[in-house]
Design a protein around this ligand. Structure first.
Ligand SMILES: Cc1cc2nc3c(=O)[nH]c(=O)nc-3n(C[C@H](O)[C@H](O)[C@H](O)COP(=O)(O)OP(=O)(O)OC[C@H]3O[C@@H](n4cnc5c(N)ncnc54)[C@H](O)[C@@H]3O)c2cc1C
Length: 520
């Protein structure tokens, strides 16, 4: 996946792409993957890095959504369970089974969750990962050693999937690119181009790195910009009403021993009716999340003090070793692109979580809502609009069977697993330059060869791309990422032929971003 090569494809202003996608989060990447699976010519334009927005800030669950089942949204759960099964098969190096335990304190909860999760198992059908079951108090404590024991009756174990969101985004981008799509980061869609009858025929694009402007033609344009969807809709029609209500969720990252073991903790209903997860991930514990309505979409949303307090207090209600602010290695916030409720209603629970595809008069196709787990199906549903927009029926989708870059059922142990079959090539890089075997940070297993790999093969352009989304250090331990920045940026500058001024600017940019992940 080479940025310069892909950019050069934009120079041909006579080319007409079948489909041009705005946004390189899970939604846009799902559209790109599905469109390329149908043999279309595909252009994807992301204004920042792949998954820079919400798609790198999820709870990292590939799930049917037990909570939506409780809300009676059976179709949503069925669809997600099907996609969960597909993702675990097609990206086996990046998504795996994860047991979850719901600690039980009342008889009512015991019955409710045992029955509910049996239904969840049954709905997954052949794609079921494991059988849910009741476990005794002793077994619950053995599996969740740090769980509060007062009043504990036992636990219900169930299975879902877990994944690395930003790494999956990059792997999907690579997969689509290898199949012939033109995938670009740091290319912002600045305007829509229309013909005399008001139909969209193309886009004005700005290369944010090279500072060049391009004009591209496309038969169909997809707006997959998540919480930014209204901006594109208003580019299309300045009178368009706002559709998106950003809802913020935050996660705190702490040491694994706050929970102990390898199982995840799930609290379906906290005292104030929310869901809380504490999930082991890349050697740390990710705890969240909240649901706070925000007015403005942002690429780097900040966690609010009250959200941090809420997660800490709620977690403390279930854990023997109560976490404090000083225990938090990183905090990250993400914005859910929920459909805005009708006038006068602001409760997030009333807002639909399923995805929607909207066709505007201009032919603009907007994909909103949904979740990471269903990214492929969301893509398929969107590409299905091609016939309505262009009058030409597209080929049938084959994305359900497409293997994602690096896919293997036998990934290497430890942090190498996320690279799947590509891990070998990174080892070879390290062998060719033994100095690249050096660790990036003493507390992390990642080595310098991974930085070179990210630049050469994963379109990493900026320091933040490497430390936040190729290697997940920023969201695992913000201070470690800040400490690693000078070493990583120096190597990036050598590899990319950049000067001291670039180094200084990158360091300053990264410091500004990284501070948002520290709790002071
Ligand atoms: C806290 C939280 C936890 C979640 N947990 C889970 C989970 O565990 N499992 C799950 O399945 N789902 C989860 N989700 C949902 C899932 O993360 C989102 O539904 C999904 O990531 C949204 O992806 P997106 O592509 O629509 O938006 P984004 O990821 O925000 O992508 C939109 C992209 O568009 C780009 N863009 C905007 N304007 C332009 C422009 N003019 N030109 C070019 N590009 C542009 C942005 O830079 C951005 O990268 C969670 C969501 C949140 C908020």
């Amino acid at each position: 996946m080479n940025r310069e090569e892909n950019l050069s494809q934009l120079k041909d202003e006579t080319k007409i792409w079948d489909i041009a996608i705005i946004g390189g989060g899970s939604s846009g990447l799902g559209v790109a993957l599905d469109a390329i699976s149908r043999g279309m010519s595909v252009l994807l334009l992301e204004k920042a890095d792949f998954a820079k927005g919400t798609s790198s800030r999820s709870t990292k669950l590939v799930h049917g959504g037990v909570r939506y089942l409780a809300q009676g949204d059976v179709m949503l759960v069925l669809e997600a369970l099907k996609e969960r099964g597909r993702l675990l098969k097609n990206a086996a190096h990046l998504a795996h089974d994860q047991p979850f335990i719901i600690p039980i304190y009342t008889w009512f909860d015991r019955i409710q969750y045992t029955v509910g999760l049996k239904i969840y198992d049954w709905m997954a059908g052949k794609l079921r990962i494991g059988k849910s079951k009741w476990i005794s108090k002793a077994a619950t404590i053995a599996r969740l050693p740090a769980i509060k024991q007062k009043g504990l009756m036992g636990g219900v174990v169930y299975y879902d999937g877990q994944f690395d969101d930003a790494r999956l985004a990059v792997a999907i981008a690579q997969t689509a690119d290898a199949a012939g799509a033109c995938i670009l980061n740091y290319t912002k869609v600045a305007d829509l181009i229309k013909n005399d009858s008001g139909k969209i025929t193309g886009l004005k694009v700005r290369d944010e790195i090279g500072k060049h402007n391009y004009t591209v033609n496309a038969k169909m344009v997809v707006n997959a910009t998540g919480v930014f969807a209204d901006k594109i809709l208003q580019m299309d029609n300045p009178e368009a009403p706002k559709m998106i209500q950003p809802s913020q969720g935050i996660h705190l990252v702490m040491d694994l021993d706050f929970l102990g073991g390898t199982d995840a903790l799930m609290i379906p209903k906290t005292r104030d009716g929310r869901v809380l997860f504490a999930v082991p991930w890349h050697g740390k514990l990710v705890v969240g999340t909240t649901d706070t309505l925000r007015e403005k979409p942002k690429l780097e949303p900040e966690a609010l003090k009250k959200e941090i307090d809420f997660v800490l207090e709620t977690a403390a209600g279930y854990l023997t070793k109560e976490p404090t602010r000083a225990d938090v290695k990183a905090v990250f916030a993400g914005l859910r692109p929920l459909a805005r409720p009708k006038e006068g209603s602001t409760k997030t629970k009333e807002i639909s979580r399923s995805h929607k595809v909207i066709l505007s008069q201009s032919g603009l196709v907007t994909l909103t809502g949904g979740k990471w787990t269903t990214f492929r199906k969301m893509g398929e549903d969107t590409v299905d609009y091609f016939e309505q927009v262009t009058g030409t029926k597209p080929n049938a989708s084959t994305s359900a069977d497409m293997k994602i870059q690096g896919n293997t059922t036998k990934p290497e142990k430890g942090h190498w697993g996320v690279y799947g079959t590509d891990a070998k090539a990174i080892h070879a890089l390290a062998e060719s330059h033994p100095e690249w075997k050096e660790k990036i940070h003493p507390d992390f297993p990642n080595i310098l060869a991974e930085v070179i790999w990210a630049i050469r093969n994963e379109m990493a352009v900026k320091l933040d791309d490497v430390l936040s989304r190729r290697i997940r250090m920023l969201i695992l331990d913000a201070q470690a990422a800040i400490d690693s920045a000078p070493k990583v940026v120096k190597l990036m500058a050598e590899e990319m032929g950049k000067d001291q001024a670039w180094i200084a600017a990158e360091l300053a940019d990264f410091q500004k971003t990284a501070e948002k992940y520290l709790i002071k």
